[in-house]
Write a protein that binds this ligand. Structure first.
Ligand code: ASP
Length: 343
């Protein structure tokens, strides 16, 4: 039987780091191919090729590198049965969400993984995570996922919530796609392999602002956002999208931004929350002023989706339509649970 062909794309993170001898702080190794020993045992099950994208701490990740990674996958797409991306966990949910918009309509899996202990250190979780990610890349899955420990998580639903070596990510608003055990369990709602026409759209506009509302928030900060010519604004508001209205200053500022052609997205600060702009007066007034709801998207999925939308259009009604459309499983499907997702 033909061994599946998997390509491992390397983007850095602790998995490829070494300790600085002087400071003890972790930093990217100068020669990662020495560190990534592609384990001989895995080659029995698949043909694994290696491609270097960057070797950085993922806090230095940027939309330019998302585009570089998406372009590399697009170029190699037909040659492989699946892809694994080794990446730092700190911003993995952003990169993986961004890629789910840049590479839509997948026929095969793209699996992100990383580790909290460098691969060349004793007790590293990296070896297991890489093995599990490579195995996942051979499975009947056709979407971008994160595999750390034994959970397979839809990438644009994932949030980093822990520094434990077992469970780094969870998926507060969507059930796991599967679990790696004996046997490997895959849930019916995952997207399955079948021939689909890949949509490659790797443009992002990162000129946005994200502001967290807090008691005492000065709404005039929004004027600074306008002054710095941001192309979009996300307000992380209270509860299900509630904003202060008593002093009558936030809503007029939202209106001002929208009049200036800047889309305003209302997100929420809840861990497992859904933005519902008709639940309270504050959210309702924001909606009437033209703000757009983030619905049940994670903040990582919302930020990268707005950047992706702005990479394609500056027209607010078009941005609103994109934000409200399920592009890659990042937002609630009203039919979820009624029938299995096979699309
Ligand atoms: N600081 C690291 C990074 O995100 C953490 C990790 O790899 O898990 O690159």
């Amino acid at each position: 039987m033909r061994r599946p062909k998997i390509c491992l794309l390397f983007c850095g993170g602790t998995i490829g780091m070494v300790k600085n001898a002087k400071t003890g702080a972790m930093q990217p190794a100068s020669n990662v191919s020495e560190i990534i020993q592609i384990f001989p045992e895995i080659q029995k099950y698949m043909q694994l090729d290696f491609k270097m994208i960057v070797n950085i701490d993922s806090s230095d990740m940027s939309p330019q590198i998302w585009t570089k990674l998406a372009t590399a996958i697009h170029q190699l797409y037909d040659k492989y049965d699946g892809f694994v991306v080794a990446h730092g966990t700190d911003t993995m949910a952003y990169t993986a969400s961004a890629l789910s918009y840049a590479l839509q309509n997948l026929s095969k899996p793209i699996v992100f993984t990383g580790s909290l202990i460098p691969l060349n250190e004793i007790g590293s979780d990296g070896r297991n995570n890489l093995t599990y990610a490579c195995l996942t890349a051979t499975q009947d899955i056709a979407e971008i996922c994160i595999v750390i420990g034994n959970r397979i998580i839809r990438a644009n639903r994932a949030k980093k919530y822990h520094e434990s070596i077992v469970a780094v990510f969870h998926s507060p608003n969507f059930p796991y796609l599967g679990e790696l055990g004996r046997p490997i369990m895959l849930n019916e709602w995952r997207k399955k392999r079948r021939k689909r026409a890949l949509k490659f759209a790797p443009k992002f506009d990162s000129n946005i602002s994200v502001l967290k509302i807090f008691p005492g928030f000065d709404p005039y900060i929004i004027e600074n956002v306008l002054r710095r010519n941001a192309h979009g604004l996300i307000l992380e508001s209270f509860g299900p999208g509630n904003v202060p209205i008593q002093d009558n200053s936030l809503i007029p500022n939202i209106e001002k931004a929208i009049k200036a052609g800047i889309p305003v997205i209302i997100a929420n600060q809840m861990e497992k929350g859904v933005t519902n702009l008709t639940a309270y007066q504050g959210g309702y007034q924001a909606l009437k002023a033209g703000a757009i709801s983030s619905r049940d998207m994670t903040i990582e999925a919302t930020v990268t989706k707005l950047m992706w939308a702005l990479g394609h259009t500056r027209k607010i009604p078009e941005i609103a339509k994109i934000m409200d459309t399920d592009l890659a499983g990042e937002i609630a499907d009203p039919n979820f649970g009624k029938a299995n997702q096979t699309a």
